[in-house]
Ligand binder design. Sequence first.
Ligand code: GDD
Ligand code: MG
Length: 351
Amino acid sequence: MKAILLAGGQGTRLRPLTLHTPKPIVPIFNRPFLTYQIDLIRQIPDITEIILSLNYQPRRIEDVFGDGSSVGVPIRYLVEPAPLGTGGAIKFAEPFLDDTVVVFNGDVLTEIDLGAVIAQHRARKARATIVLTPVENPTAYGLVETDADSNVTRFLEKPKADEITCNTINAGIYALEPETFDRIPKDTNYSIERLYFPSLVERKETFVAYVYRGYWIDIGTPEKYTAVHRDIMDGRFTAPPFDGDASRVVVSPSAKIADGVVLTGPCFIDDEVVIKAGCRVGAHSVIGRGSHLEEGVQVDGSIIWPSTWIGRDAVLKDAIVGRNAHIGRNAQLGASALLGDKTVLTDYTRA
Ligand code: GDD
Ligand code: MG
């Protein structure tokens, strides 16, 4: 059995962070995002290969995962010549599939038991199984209605406010039988959400829902990106480097932290970070590999990517800063600050 990770989106809502780092590999603490999904998929013993379906900056992703030996599962890369949409990308992978395929949107994080999803798919002899999760506002998602036997009766992508009839949405995780891909045209942009799923309903094929009420998040926006870190730090989602152990101060042994620096958990300080005297690092902060905090810097609730330099007495509250940025001294950054890689801020900037 194979799994396809749909990871070709441009991550527009996470710009500027995704200008040089495609969304599937934005760091969550010190690991590329997809590592968390690969860990989940590896738990199904039948999976023999993960197909990474890419088109935006594919080389950067290949450089991270290689042949998959570092993550313990063979990886095949399929790069579309042009974005084919979610359905077109699956069709593009069809020649490499054997039997049932597990498909994952490349931007969701969850603790779902995939073995149970596959077991239900087989027990119901389904042509397609879709995981649903409840959310407060379905408008940003695919709304899915079901009957009493969990058969899908309607799929409506990005419903308008007056079209909302239930709170269960497409969680972006499917088990599909490849023979149903007959309706997807080759080499054509095609949406699995807008065309394929509605067609299963129309043709009355066995299309079954698996409702999951545990942890689930789509990391598509800066708010969600921050929320993922906080959920892991607070133990709402059990994953490295906190592993469910909330409120800890996690500091790499190779970080150099001056005496008297105040670190308030939960926070994460990666390898080779330098934190000079008089700094305070507050709760929910993440300082990426090799970043420098000069004397008197205060960081609170902020996520700093690797190799960034922060000048004396700068204050960062709930900000996100990309790689290799240079924050001048006495700069003050607030909650809406979202700085891309290599940003240079003059001393005393307020943003
Ligand atoms: N290979 C490839 N090619 N991948 C693509 C393409 C493409 O042309 N377009 C999108 N993807 C990937 C994205 O990288 C992402 O991982 C996934 O497909 C879904 O695309 P998004 O752009 O993130 O869609 P969304 O978040 O608006 O909506 C989707 O996810 C929701 C759950 O988070 C839909 O599947 C909704 O129905 C669902 O509720
Ligand atoms: Mg998404």
